[in-house]
Write a protein that binds this ligand. Structure first.
Ligand SMILES: [Zn+2]
Length: 340
């Protein structure tokens, strides 16, 4: 349902207006950055068109059609998506998993999806063999007598052969058929497909909406939610990652502060005793750090690198250039003069 998508009121209104007017373009390209809610919007749009009792701003959520949309099992809702295939597999072999993953979280990313179905680290693709499936499914009559939907997730990862084979059906689809292409990177889609689809631009999610979302779903206070909304640049995926790493960063921050103060002390303390103590502390720190996982160590170094950069920038006194979390700011007001 549209209510499941964070923000994006303008796009929602545009889609609802087009559904109400009955002038629904038969091939549309939803494009925008990762984490803006495009896939969720495409599904909510299809649900709205099928809903038996739609309201002015959403599907009813309770009619037989809406119930089938709930776990994405409506028989006229088809999906094509990237996979890492073995032998003669097609999307259908992964459909159950895909429906479950998207029903759970429609902000799913390519990497998350592929890691769910495969141990491979490569990106998924939409293989040539998929074109036959697309054409076959769209030539069938719709089960419920209404529209048929073909949602193609990430057409930028489509083999050129597939793209060429489905050109005709995009241009002249069978009656009551809607194709919705959902793309993070429309620049990578071949021009002949682009020119045959009507574009729906999905902008970054509004800052205030991300702030609200973070406050409601993660344990972050007002200042932190504000900071996360800022670094997320309109992406729900980035906001979640930032909220999670904001918690992890608090540990890194304590370690970083300790490391900086201790090393400063070794050089600057007035007595040899104090210098010696600092040296012992530093040795203990190194031993404790060595016990952490390799990944933790890498993350710490990355964090330290970020802090050096941010503190260097802090000296310019230009808030727009700085990406310091609220808990880091106070420290930086005293520490930054040392980073020059
Ligand atoms: Zn309904």
């Amino acid at each position: 349902m549209f209510a499941d998508i964070i923000g994006q009121e303008k796009v929602k209104k545009h889609l609802i207006d087009s559904a109400k007017s009955g002038r629904v373009p038969h091939a549309q390209l939803f494009c925008g950055a990762e984490g803006t809610g495009k896939l969720g919007l495409a599904i909510a749009y299809a649900q709205y068109i099928c809903c038996e009792h739609p309201t002015d701003n959403d599907s009813c959520g309770t009619c037989p059609s809406c119930l089938k949309f709930r776990n994405l099992a409506h028989p006229d809702l088809h999906f094509v998506f990237p996979i890492v295939k073995k032998d003669n597999e097609t999307c259908d072999d992964y459909l159950k998993q895909f429906r479950a993953a998207v029903a759970k979280d429609h902000y799913l990313t390519n990497i998350e999806w592929i890691s769910e179905i495969s141990n491979e680290t490569k990106k998924g693709r939409i293989y040539d063999s998929e074109s036959g499936q697309i054409i076959k499914k769209l030539s069938l009559k719709s089960y419920e007598g209404g529209y048929k939907f073909m949602i193609i997730w990430q057409p930028e990862n489509m083999d050129v052969g597939t793209a060429n084979k489905i050109l005709k059906i995009i241009e002249e689809p069978p009656a009551k058929t809607l194709m919705i292409l959902v793309s993070n990177e429309p620049d990578r889609i071949i021009g002949t497909i682009l020119s045959r689809t009507q574009r729906v631009s999905v902008p970054p999610v509004e800052k205030e909406e991300i702030e609200k979302y973070i406050k409601n779903n993660f344990q972050q206070n007002d200042d932190e939610a504000k900071y996360i909304a800022r670094v997320a640049s309109g992406s729900i995926v980035a906001a979640r990652n930032a909220a999670e790493s904001n918690s992890a960063n608090k540990q890194h921050f304590e370690d970083f502060k300790f490391l900086m103060r201790t090393t400063w002390g070794i050089r600057n303390y007035s007595t040899l005793d104090k210098k010696g103590d600092a040296l012992i502390d530093l040795r203990k720190f190194a031993e404790a750090m060595a016990k952490n996982s390799r990944n933790h160590q890498i993350e710490f170094l990355r964090y330290a690198q970020k802090m050096i950069r941010e503190n260097f920038i802090y000296n310019f006194h230009n808030e727009n250039l700085n990406y310091l979390a609220p808990f880091e700011k106070e420290f930086s007001s005293k520490f930054s003069p040392f980073i020059n």
